[in-house]
Design a protein around this ligand. Structure first.
Ligand code: ZN
Length: 424
């Protein structure tokens, strides 16, 4: 096998295991984690699983283990402050920290050992390689600074890639300093979000800087769920001139759970040797069928942190069948967050459904504002007075549910300085 810089996968042995190998990683991993939780006396999980009638002696099937949600962990932290009784890594063992963004409440502190950090570095290095980054590349990233962000340079320096930490734009737009950093250093790759790029683009325009001259021909690792679909991905690549567009997905809680789409854009690849991924109906705990939407549920293998059937409450669709890149681990398309789902006419609608339906209408900025009298309420920016009716008709046709559109003046809906949000 070619081990040079032209090879498709960073670590073919770990990323292209055959079906039996991947199944063995999962079953051995589960057995180890099951034993560990009882032997180390992880109180939260011992209580929870005992209450469900499970015992240390009888290793259950994965599907028989109750799901755990972030709300349960938060409640446990409130009962046993500050860290709860669910953690396998405490202050003394921790060598690295990061925090959640706080977008869904008070930021949560993630404690990692050196081994956990190694898992994170492994999954990130697989991603950088998947995104086409090689020695000598220069990555501009716009993530919020520590303590939210882990030190990306730990994953980039061993790959001989320069990190250009640019930080998120302010709500009013990017600063000249941020853009001049890019002008001076000429990134060959970006890690950013679609809403951040819009702010950078607007600021560049005001300063007379051609943003496309900076993004042309580069690789982008992006948080923009629409780019998992061919037409928005092609538009995005064309608009900014990106040579490669790779969607990122993961969970900052779980170090080895960083995944991305490959150049064939067939779904988000995750690592079968680092995590077990399920797509689950949360009401039954069972896996849903191929093509069906379900919750993304992750279990960590070979971490010091303990994560077993952690329900991220992200809604995904599992991708089946081989990918031309040769990677064999779990793969899925990310549709949105359960918290952003709206029930209308017996259907569950997510902002991405609206976004994809509006794509053919010039992809206007919008916000899902809930429901009213059995109808989905959507605010959409348009400068055409009659535009609201046409947009409403378009959504009714695509979504096959009652929709009420409120046209709003362009530029009035709030812009996110980090992850794209389309829910009011
Ligand atoms: Zn692939």
């Amino acid at each position: 096998m070619d081990q040079g810089p032209e090879r498709e996968l960073f670590d073919p042995q770990r990323q292209a295991g055959d079906q039996d190998t991947c199944a063995r990683w999962a079953s051995d991993g589960l057995a180890r984690e099951w034993d560990r939780l009882w032997s180390s006396g992880l109180e939260f999980y011992c209580r929870k699983y005992q209450a469900a009638g499970l015992t240390r002696r009888d290793l259950p099937d994965l599907a028989a283990i109750p799901l755990t949600t972030k709300a349960e962990l938060r409640a446990d932290e409130a009962t046993f402050p500050p860290f709860g009784s669910y953690r396998s890594v405490g202050r003394e063992a921790a060598r690295f920290i990061s925090t959640s963004s706080g977008a869904t409440g008070r930021p949560q502190i993630h404690l990692r050992t050196a081994l956990d950090q190694e898992r994170w570095i492994e999954s990130m290095r697989r991603h950088w390689w998947r995104a086409g980054l090689r020695a000598g590349d220069r990555l501009a990233q716009t993530w919020p600074p520590p303590p939210y962000s882990p030190p990306w340079a730990l994953t980039l320096a061993p790959a001989e890639i320069l990190e250009i930490p640019s930080g998120p734009p302010a709500a009013g737009g990017a600063s000249p300093d941020q853009l001049s950093l890019w002008q001076a250093l000429r990134p060959t790759a970006f890690m950013t979000t679609s809403s951040q790029l819009q702010l950078y683009e607007a600021a560049a325009g005001q300063l007379g800087i051609d943003l496309r001259a900076l993004t042309e021909g580069t690789s982008v690792s992006i948080i923009e769920a629409a780019c998992q679909f061919p037409e928005p991905a092609a538009w995005f690549a064309d608009h900014y001139g990106f040579a490669r567009v790779h969607n990122l997905s993961g969970a900052s809680e779980v170090p080895g759970f960083i995944g991305s789409s490959c150049r064939f854009n067939t779904g988000i690849h995750q690592s079968a040797d680092l995590v077990i991924v399920e797509v689950v109906d949360p009401s039954t705990g069972e896996e849903v069928g191929c093509g069906e939407r379900g919750h993304l549920v992750v279990s960590a293998i070979g971490h010091d942190q303990f994560w077993l059937r952690y329900d991220l409450e992200d809604i995904v669709v599992r991708s089946d069948g081989p990918c031309p890149c040769g990677e064999t681990g779990p793969r899925y398309t990310l549709i949105g967050r359960q918290a952003d789902a709206v029930e209308v006419g017996g259907r569950t609608v997510l902002p991405l459904d609206v976004q994809l339906a509006l794509f053919g209408q010039g992809a206007p900025e919008f916000r899902v504002a809930g429901t009213e009298s059995g109808s989905l309420r959507v605010e959409i920016e348009t400068d055409r007075p009659e535009g609201g009716t046409a947009l409403e008709q378009c959504l009714i046709e695509h979504l096959e549910i009652p929709v009420t559109v409120t046209p709003v003046t362009p530029g009035t809906l709030p812009r996110s300085i980090f992850k794209p949000r389309h829910k009011g």
